[in-house]
Design a protein around this ligand. Structure first.
Ligand code: PGA
Length: 245
């Protein structure tokens, strides 16, 4: 299977012109581009090979929810993937329960959720990495655990301490990422007819991407900071192509 690279632009760039020019420059079939909401429609129109991703969604499909953006609205714009449970959203109030509702909303609207799971630095230091991951992942899947039909999902191991904008951030080692992914696989309900894809995220760049992407267990990468630099993301895509099949 091809390795999947997710370009999570976060709250960048600041203008549509920049967004369009970057999207055109990095367009590739192994890529999901997740721009900020206001740029989704135009970026969706200029990309020819990449898939369109959103960075979040609200769990209700419509109604009196000021500021909410629904899965159905995203679907209507051609969004194929949506990031759910990113640590930057969890920090702003997305609880495990909220993440579960968002995962269910994505699936209900035929959008593939990219579910972010990862422990904080202090939890890691306290030896709680696996228990935190287990709690987050089980909760995220709790409303879709009986799903028997084909449900596509991407699950990203994103240790919070490895995200490039965290103070003192350092990328995980490929060995640890593989072992966490193997552990996460044991937590996915066996009733799922479609096995989720597991990817890694946290300070992935052109220099370290190969270490992760050559691992069979790591089926892609979620890239933040480095996805805003044309050369950097192109290099990561090249590496992904080399190790995909
Ligand atoms: P980073 O971000 O690549 O800048 O560490 C990854 C993420 O937050 O998803």
């Amino acid at each position: 299977m091809n390795k999947l690279i997710i370009a999570n632009w976060k709250e960048n760039p600041q203008t549509l012109t920049e967004a369009v020019s970057l999207a055109k420059a990095i367009d590739d079939e192994n890529l999901v581009i997740a721009p900020p909401y206001p740029f989704l429609e135009t970026v969706g129109k200029v990309i020819k090979k990449a898939s369109l991703g959103a960075q979040d969604l609200f769990w209700e499909d419509g109604g009196a929810f000021t500021g909410g953006v629904s899965g159905s609205q995203l679907k209507d714009l051609g969004v194929k993937y949506v990031i759910v449970g990113h640590s930057e959203r969890r920090r702003l109030g997305d609880t495990d329960e909220v993440v579960a509702k968002k995962v269910a909303a994505a699936i209900r609207n035929n959008i593939i959720p990219i579910i972010c799971i990862g422990e904080k630095r202090e939890e890691r230091k306290a030896g709680q990495s696996k228990s935190v991951i287990e709690k987050q992942l089980k909760a995220a899947l709790s409303l879709v655990k009986d799903q028997k039909s084909k449900v596509a999902m991407v699950i990203a191991y994103e240790p919070v301490w490895a995200i490039s904008t965290e103070p003192g951030a350092e990328p995980d080692t490929p060995e640890n990422a593989v072992s966490m992914i193997k552990f996460m696989k044991t937590l996915v309900p066996s009733s799922y007819s479609l096995v989720p894809r597991f990817i890694y995220g946290g300070s992935v760049n052109a220099n370290n991407a190969e270490g992760f992407l050559r691992e069979k267990e790591i089926e892609g990468a979620l890239v933040g900071g480095a996805s805003l630099k044309e050369q950097g993301i192109k290099e990561i895509i090249k590496i992904a192509r080399q190790y995909g099949n």
